[in-house]
Design a protein around this ligand. Structure first.
Ligand SMILES: [Zn+2]
Length: 342
């Protein structure tokens, strides 16, 4: 049996813990109707437009075709390159590839959904809208399927393990070309542990990943909403929940729960969030209960995300995979626990 497919636990239905089922959140954001388009306003000057671009156009711009610029002003001529610098042939070609991807049917279909429009409204700035006109400097085409994204990450991890790193797309050119938009191919939820940086252990570049990091990869409404952001606004086809060996947060939570001693301050919130994994570890009664709990936290969280009311439709139609994985500090290798795409 897939360890992530265990029985649903009562606590998971607590709307206070899980964003998508929270009535408050439904009212405010993801399930709100798309905002009405504002009245027309004069086109900004190129200078004022550049000043505004960082804040993007908000909800109205997110729903507006943006043939020239992601900020929503159709007449914008804001350059994507620094003054005096010209694109070389390979950069122009990559930009053309990005534009082709931006117009893919799947992308248009998702854009048409009111759900995405509402999600964009929540963010106040559209990653998708920006990405529609953002060229990509990646040396490889962006993976668009869960399997391709998963393969890309695991290939990067193999390079991390072997030491044959590529350090892709980590230069000023990449930064400049992504400044107006992003379209990451993966989202990683991992621990805050300084030894587990997803961008390094998957050997990815700038703009490749959304990364959420919390102690023990603990989740709550804000974290869950952050995980949802990529799949719902950028067509991100892969979410990885990544636990790791010798997790200090999991160990502290395990000891707190075992001994009935609260941790000080807000650390107790992490303990509370990890309690289901603790209970799962007790049921499994492994030889290393802390490690068992770390793995349980991964599989339970991945299963919940897979069943999440906003992500589950994407999973069902094969547009998204939610993978549970575990990172070895000793070897650097990422082990898949559940949910690897076929
Ligand atoms: Zn940790």
């Amino acid at each position: 049996m897939d360890p992530g497919d265990g029985p649903r636990r009562p606590f998971r239905r607590d709307p206070g813990r899980w964003g998508p089922t929270s009535p408050q959140r439904q009212d405010r954001a993801f399930h709100a109707p798309a905002p009405a388009a504002p009245s027309p306003s004069p086109s900004p000057s190129p200078a004022s437009h550049r000043r505004e671009a960082g804040r993007c156009g908000g909800p109205s711009a997110a729903m507006r075709p943006t043939p020239a610029c992601a900020c929503g002003a159709g007449a914008c001529t804001t350059p994507t390159m620094e003054p005096g610098r010209t694109q070389d042939k390979s950069e122009r070609h990559r930009g053309e590839q990005s534009m082709e991807r931006a117009g893919s049917p799947g992308r248009r279909t998702l854009l048409a959904g009111g759900l995405v429009g509402a999600a964009v409204a929540l963010a106040g700035c559209s990653a998708k809208s920006e990405a529609s006109s953002a060229p990509s400097a990646s040396s490889q085409a962006r993976p668009t399927t869960p399997a391709a994204a998963f393969t890309r990450l695991m290939e990067g991890n193999q390079r991390w393990v072997s030491g044959h790193l590529q350090h892709p797309d980590r230069d000023p050119s990449r930064r400049q070309l992504l400044a107006r938009g992003q379209e990451p191919f993966g989202s990683v939820l991992s621990c805050i542990d300084s030894r587990v940086p997803p961008e390094l252990l998957f050997d990815t570049g700038l703009g490749d990943l959304y990364v959420m990091r919390t102690g023990g990869a603990a989740v709550g409404p804000v974290v869950t909403g952050s995980v949802e952001y990529g799949p719902m606004t950028s067509n991100t086809p892969l979410v990885v929940v990544l636990g790791h060996q010798r997790c200090g947060a999991v160990k502290a939570a395990y000891q707190s729960l075992r001994d009935g001693k609260r941790l000080p301050g807000n650390l107790q919130a992490i303990v509370k969030a990890l309690q289901p994994a603790y209970e799962q570890a007790l049921r499994e009664s492994g030889t290393d209960p802390v490690d068992t709990m770390a793995r349980a936290q991964v599989t339970l969280t991945a299963a919940d995300l897979r069943a999440n009311q906003d992500l589950a439709p994407l999973v069902r139609r094969g547009a998204l995979a939610v993978v549970g994985a575990y990172y070895s500090l000793d070897t650097g290798r990422v082990e898949v626990l559940a949910g690897a795409p076929a």
